[in-house]
Every structure is written in structure tokens, then in C-alpha cells.
Design a binder for this molecule. Structure first.
Ligand SMILES: [Zn+2]
Length: 219
């Protein structure tokens, strides 16, 4: 959908969707690095920039590949103290069946559940469609050196029928980050704040949609 409105220089959203003046960055224990595929097209409802602005310890990088964690993050970091949100199809048990664990379950390279690492500085979230995120995964082999975690969301996305996600459990990037941070032990205020910002973005979208008489769904 194209609203043809001017763009905010900071968040790159059309001005009607800009929440920049409302954002007061929150501090967290864990760092978040968002790697965004350059073709992630969603200017209106994309939430990576919002998440990055809303968290003091967050970095958003747009690109296809980086040589290592340090280059992606823009500062030195220890790969063994970082995790990547893995795109695997689920967590397996020793007997091969899937299992339900905590929302953010760390897994071995064979997708078997393992305990949460004792020392974890940050988590990497890949932003884009399913296939764009997969492309980022394969183009950055250094991600294999990090811990892997699989998120099984506990809440349905606020997107609801606004967006056709490839799978019903898919969340927006900001909701994904909220769930990850909560499971990693961040206080519930962080989750509430991130979800509230997302709700405000959706409210803007619905209001704007109504004002131009459009009810078209976004894909
Ligand atoms: Zn803005």
C-alpha cells in the first residue's frame, strides 16, 4: 500500500506512521542486533526500526552479509556469548518428536533442547520475509558459531488480519524481540513497552487506512 506521504528522516516511515517523538529508549541487560534484508519492503508496518529506537542496547544493520559478528555489530564481541534466533522448524526430542519447552528454547545444532547459556550478551534477530531471513542465514556462516534459540510465541501477533504471515504463529519483529527479552529475564515493562509501541503503529495504520477509504490487506 502506498500512502504517498513524506518520510521521516529518522525512522524512514511515512510521517503518518512515525512514532519517533513518542519513543523513550529503555535499558535492558541484553543487547539486540537486528539484521535486516535490504529488500524487506514494509515501510509502514515494519517494526525493526521501531525496536531499535525503543531499546538502548539495540543495533539495526541492513545488508546481506557481514564477515563476522564484530563487523555486523560494529564493535568487538565474543560469539560464544551471543545467540541467534534460529529459523528451524521446531525443537526435537531425543526420540525425534517435537517438544514444547519455554518460549525461547536454546537448541543444539541437531535442534535438541539445551539449557540457556550462563553468559549471554545479546541475541540476533533476522528481519525480513521467511525467504529473506533464510537468505541472511545462509550468507552469514559465522552465525553457525553462535548459540541457537527457537522461539515459540506465547501470544498471538497484534497484526491479526492486517498481514498475511506465512505461518499463524509468526510475529512482528518487535513482538519477537519482546518475547525473547522476557524469556531472557528482562522485566515485563520492556515487553509491555515494545508491544504498546507496536499497537500504536497499528492504530496509525488503521486510522490512516480508514481516512483514505481502504481496507486492503497487506501481504
Ligand atoms: Zn520517525
Amino acid at each position: 500500500m502506498n500512502f504517498n506521504s513524506a518520510q521521516c528522516p529518522k525512522c524512514k516511515k511515512p510521517l503518518d506512521f512515525c512514532l519517533c517523538t513518542l519513543i523513550r529508549p529503555m535499558s535492558t541487560q541484553h543487547y539486540v542486533l537486528i539484521l535486516q534484508h535490504p529488500q524487506e519492503p514494509d515501510k509502514e508496518l515494519g517494526t525493526a526500526t521501531l525496536a531499535q529506537q525503543a531499546l538502548e542496547k539495540a543495533t539495526l544493520k541492513v545488508g546481506l552479509s557481514w564477515p563476522n559478528l564484530k563487523a555486523a555489530l560494529g564493535r568487538p564481541a565474543t560469539p560464544s556469548e551471543w545467540a541467534v534466533l534460529y529459523l528451524g522448524s521446531g525443537i526435537k526430542r531425543e526420540d525425534g518428536k517435537k517438544t514444547a519447552g519455554q518460549p525461547l528454547q536454546f537448541v543444539s545444532k541437531k535442534s535438541l533442547p539445551i539449557p540457556t547459556p550462563k553468559k549471554l550478551e545479546g541475541i540476533i534477530v533476522l528481519d525480513g520475509t521467511w525467504s529473506q531471513a533464510k537468505a541472511l542465514w545462509w550468507r552469514n556462516p559465522w552465525l553457525l558459531k553462535l548459540h541457537r534459540a527457537i522461539l515459540t510465541p506465547t501470544q498471538t501477533s497484534l497484526y491479526k488480519n492486517l498481514r498475511k504471515e506465512p505461518r499463524p504463529e509468526c510475529l512482528s519483529t518487535i513482538e519477537t524481540i519482546a518475547e525473547c527479552l522476557t524469556t531472557l529475564g528482562e522485566p515485563p515493562e520492556v515487553d509491555r513497552y515494545l508491544r504498546n509501541l507496536f499497537q500504536q503503529l497499528l492504530d496509525r495504520y488503521r486510522t490512516r487506512g480508514k481516512s483514505i477509504g481502504s481496507t486492503a490487506a497487506i501481504t
